[in-house]
Ligand binder design. Structure first.
Ligand code: MN
Length: 337
């Protein structure tokens, strides 16, 4: 039995609890190109809500979950709901989604007219698009917030619930190695492990279970990695043709930006991937205090200070020609470490 007490529940959490307690049919919505945090938060609620007499409906359009993360969906027994089922919900909870146009729903929130939205997220760029908004940028992950939510709702932390939430925290902190790894996130991880989270299984499934095609894609990313003359910026890319040749698809582009990021001394790492022809996704990562969000926002992107993304139209070469010089100027302007 977990006896963790929330000492200072923010008013936004109290509102979230009230919204959930009053609802019967609850749509669970993550973000496009869902990551483990988005899916873990969804899966945690998916497993816990029936205990409270609620009926959860998961928005999971076909083909949007990467092969690696299908594990979380299967593990939780989560099934995608039909658009009609989503429309008949009396509450929609968006998880880990900073902007309403990023929801992983065909037709976006406009396709759910009259369904009030509870927005639970840890992105500092969250626009507060919900009727209720519980947004805490100092949290490691949305899964960490869902842990507190389930506790406050009096839900049981079964080993499966603990496992999916642990996966979300593990992933957003990159295995408890990034600056969002706090005493609180470690404490929540400890409590999840104590509740039976299968830590080793999560790490193996998320970090050491590459399909052959994903391994081939990593080789492309390694081969295409470049470093700026001042050593502060590293970037890599994969064109649509290169991605297709490995047997991968757009949903398999995930955290490969960690490849250029591993070089000593770099302050920012970028990855350009053309999953669909003419659409280039950029992942930005900042090391230490580097605020890559400011850089990503120059190109219409969003995210966190040290982890951001953007999506640009154009050829891979054109987009890189625009963004790489701006990124070089950006890192050159950073103070000495
Ligand atoms: Mn997250």
């Amino acid at each position: 039995m977990d006896t963790h007490v929330i000492d200072h529940a923010p008013p936004a959490l109290a509102e979230a609890l009230q919204a959930i307690r009053s609802a019967k049919r609850v749509a669970l919505i993550g973000h496009v190109t869902p990551d483990a945090d988005s899916l873990g938060a969804m899966a945690g609620l998916w497993l816990a809500l029936p205990e409270l007499g609620k009926h959860p409906f998961a928005a999971l359009p076909t083909g949007t979950v990467s092969r690696r993360l299908e594990y979380l969906v299967r593990h939780a027994g989560m099934r995608g709901a039909s658009p009609a089922d989503l429309q008949r919900c009396d509450l929609a909870i968006t998880l880990d989604t900073a902007r309403d146009r990023r929801v992983n729903v065909e037709g976006k929130l406009e396709s759910l007219p009259g369904v009030p939205v509870l927005n639970i997220d840890h992105h500092s760029t969250n626009t507060g698009f919900g009727r209720w908004n519980w947004v805490e940028p100092q949290r490691s992950s949305t899964s960490e917030m869902v842990y507190e939510l389930l506790l406050a709702l009096g839900c049981q932390l079964t080993p499966t619930v603990a496992t999916v939430l642990y996966a979300g925290i593990h992933s957003d902190t990159h295995g408890f190695s990034l600056s969002n790894t706090t005493a609180r996130s470690l404490e929540v991880a400890h409590r999840l492990a104590a509740s039976g989270a299968r830590v080793h299984e999560v790490c193996e499934r998320l970090n050491r279970s590459l399909a052959r095609g994903e391994f081939e894609l990593l080789k492309v990313i390694f081969a295409n990695t470049r470093v700026s003359p001042d050593g502060r910026l590293a970037w890599s890319s994969a064109s649509h043709d290169e991605i297709v040749a490995t047997g991968c698809g757009p949903s398999d582009v995930d955290d490969q930006v960690e490849v250029p990021r591993r070089i000593e001394g770099i302050r920012a790492a970028l990855l350009f991937t053309e999953g669909d022809p003419g659409k280039v996704r950029i992942n930005f990562r900042g090391e230490g205090p580097t605020d890559v969000l400011a850089l990503a926002q120059q190109f219409g992107g969003g995210g966190h200070r040290s982890s951001a993304g953007a999506m640009l139209s154009g050829s891979l070469a054109d987009v890189m020609e625009r963004v790489v010089p701006a990124a070089m100027a950006f890192v050159a302007g950073l103070p000495e470490a």
